[in-house]
Design a protein around this ligand. Sequence first.
Ligand code: PEP
Ligand code: MG
Length: 749
Amino acid sequence: MVERFETESRKLLGRLRDAMASDDAGQERLDKITHLIATSMGCEVCSIYLFRDEDTLELCATEGLNKASVHQTRMKLGEGLVGRVAKRKAVVNTPDAPQAPGFRFMPETGEEIYSSFLGVPIQRIGAALGVLVVQSRTAREYSADEVYALEVVAMVLAEMTELGAFVGDGAAMSARHSQPVLLRGTVGQEGVAEGHVWLHEPRVVVSNPIADDPETEAIRLESAVGLLRISVDQMLSMAGGDKDQQQVIEAYRMFANSKGWMRRMLESISSGLSAEAAVEKEQSTARARMGQVPDAYLRERLSDLDDLSNRLLRILTGQGSDTGAEMPKNPILVARNIGPAELLDYGRKLRGIVLEGGSVGSHAAIVARALAIPLLVHVGRITDDALNGDHIMLDGEQGIVHLRPDDSVASAFRDKIAMQAAAQERYASIRDEPAQAKCGSIVQLHMNAGLMADLPSLQSSGAEGVGLFRTELQFLVRNQMPKRTELAALYARVLDAAQGKRVVFRTLDIGSDKVLPYMKPNDEPNPALGWRAIRVGLDKPGIMRMQLQALIRAANGRPLTVMFPFVAQFEEYRDARAEMDKTMAREERLGHVLPSEIEVGAMLETPSLAFAPRKFFEEVEFLSVGGNDLKQFFFAADRENERVRRRYDTLNVSYLSFLEGIVERCRDTGTSLSFCGEDAGRPVEALCFAAIGFRILSMRPASIGPVKSLLRRCNLDDVRRVIHDARDRGEMSVRAAVMEYVRAQSAAQ
Ligand code: PEP
Ligand code: MG
């Protein structure tokens, strides 16, 4: 019986392939296919519904339902039985459709006379493309073999849809990958970009979903799985003693040797699929499950299986991650996720980056920011929707991606780019002017950096120095701890590039979200409040000493500025400073030239430090407010948590009053004070910081122009009054009042 079913299924697939090979237009092919399926499965009705847009399905072909309803009948995702199949990516098999939950009567199709209903999702690697339905008059539940056969056919249809087999005359459904798509995400780095998709991991194209000879296909699959197992074993031996890596690869190995996985793929081959299509069918099922499993551990395992399936597909199709495709002009990188080192490899070639996963605080995001490349994270199903070379527009202000935009969208977008370019020109014209407000106060604008790649911006942005050099980036983008000589050479190059401008080197700020790939992660319940930054430096002084030595050697007789991160109490600063003094003495003994001047400061990132004894403010040589951390601790709102991150306004009066208190304490003791968190680069925020007394702001290079331009248009005495009045009125945030002032200023210009 099973054999007979397999022969039937193979016959049907063979006929489908002939239909595919014909010269018919897209619609004719679809019509033929529904006819073939209905006849071969002995059902009165066979219909194909495909996605028109993200949440609308359209009846694209039918055998048995009213032909006039083709391209007329539409339903939303989740609506009716068909919508239900698409939404859940799961089979619906019922002998009594009108009584089934979710049934929706569609008079135009004349379907109420059909009792039994079997719908299977048409999906390609977990991405839903449509629904394939068969219906019969007699009330019966379809057998497991029939369900399986229909799933196999759906799988082939998915491949055909992907290959554009149904694109054609006006009435036919256009292939999903030729339609414009708008996707939303979270901004990781502002900016707008237009270009062409460059897939970091190009999708594997299966052009032969149907095969004639199951035996050959089974042999191909078995030998590919053999190669896969060897490569997994090699990965295991390369992991060396790294336990975490070993665990991950052991899980891979378990899947690669799984009998169930192999058996299911061989079954698909017996029913007529090619080896590649059989792998993809399993992968689709795993992906569909991935979206539904609430348990994070299981989801991780399913994603291991997904990765393994990709490797197997690459072996079978001979398409490596390097497909030989040429990088398009103005490439915009599209990926599920990407590591910082890989991103650095691409460097400034990229016009933009769109990630399906990622996070605003991820290392890749830090690198993207350093390179000033617009970045969006959490962008829906971009890797399913985009094809290499697709036209793409990235709006890093609104957090929107336009994939294959139509002409009107593209031209509106270009207007926006032109406006930005005009603004850039305005900023360039004031590059060498001071950030002097109308009242005469001058604010020094410095830039934040972390990579050698940042340094050219020092000249182009007009920054007066580097107010924050995040040294951990050099540690994060490597696979092993950098050596002292390497660091010394790098820091020396940074100082060379700065050409005498001040560079504030912040010592390693690791822990929290910044976990070095070669350091055992600490399993801490709250890493942001955990063993991080100066706490690690003081507990494990070896790394800190090595870094301080490298800095002293890099300065080699030039002035040196060092800042310790995340200081929460006076003693931590004292201990770190003592470490610096000891290192200087040792370097001198070793015969190295000491810096001509040395300044040692601290970051104020915890509320506690604002209340440190006066003696601390007298001893510390300068302070820089790390607003990213300070704000999260002030409001107890995680900076990495999208849900609460933006809940509290930086211009909230409590926070501004707190910052004002810090300014006053520094003024009292004559301590130099700056602000180097992200907020310093937002013009209205920067204006308020300047109004409450900050005279040094450090920000991303791209923010210097907009901040300077606004400061030059405003009077800080007036802004201070606006802030105090809003506070006296009991407003929660001064933003509205300050914005009103800013608008009035702009109108008056
Ligand atoms: C900050 O916390 O504001 C800061 C500048 O440090 P980082 O963002 O590197 O934690
Ligand atoms: Mg910080």
